[in-house]
Design a protein around this ligand. Sequence first.
Ligand code: SAM
Length: 256
Amino acid sequence: MRIKVISLFPEIIEAYFSASIMKRAVEKGLISYELVNIRDYAFDRHRKCDDEVFGGGPGMLMKPEPLDRALAAAGSPELRTIYVTPSGRLFNQVMALDFAHEENLILLCGRYEGIDQRIIDTRVTDLVSIGDYVLSSGEIAAMVVIDAVYRLIPGVISHESLSEESFSSGLLEYPQYTRPAKYDNLIVPEVLVNGNHAAIERWRLKASLIKTLAYRPELLQNIDLTSELGRLLKEVIDEGGGHGPHTADSSGTNSN
Ligand code: SAM
């Protein structure tokens, strides 16, 4: 995948591409990236990229001309072009999977009060919000989107890691433990250390349901209660599950 990030402060993003898993993905040739400084496309004497908002109001807006040139040079609107903005669709794993199928992605980072609407109308294919809050600029939001997307590209991380994660099955991930099995007086649920894979699988599914019920019950809305998963959910509810991580842990310990 070729990723281009259009920003007034590309130096904020540079370190992200040169560390850890992303660095390896770049070295393996799975990802290539280009950080485009919008100011390089501002051709007036002061290389001005922002101006007052028509109609009045506080703050400045990013001017259309430098953005238009920078985006055109990057390949928009032929390529998928994401503007990160609080006004966008709320980002989720389904969207990340969709973006992961693209050969090219352009991410546009706003600043100040945002960008001139004409750029959104003519160059942007997707408006994406990373949450119902306002950041001071789009670089962190763009990195959030990139991070959720690139790890889904085959070869970046193992297929097994992805298939077990939160949201991959529509549920939150079950609680996990590593050595030591006893830490102070906190003990790993017995079922996880006895090697019975069918029991472990059932424990994990049930623990996922308990956790999802506690933190994100809306994710369970579409579960068919007559399906196997639905029956397990009913069992969890009947047992009074869904009260947070301690319930999930102890329920697993006790009920298996
Ligand atoms: N005036 C804008 C509004 O009320 O929607 C907020 C502008 S914000 C201060 C500056 C930039 O930060 C935005 O153009 C956008 O690129 C980015 N940004 C802020 N919050 C965001 C969010 N929740 N998701 C994605 N991008 C965000």
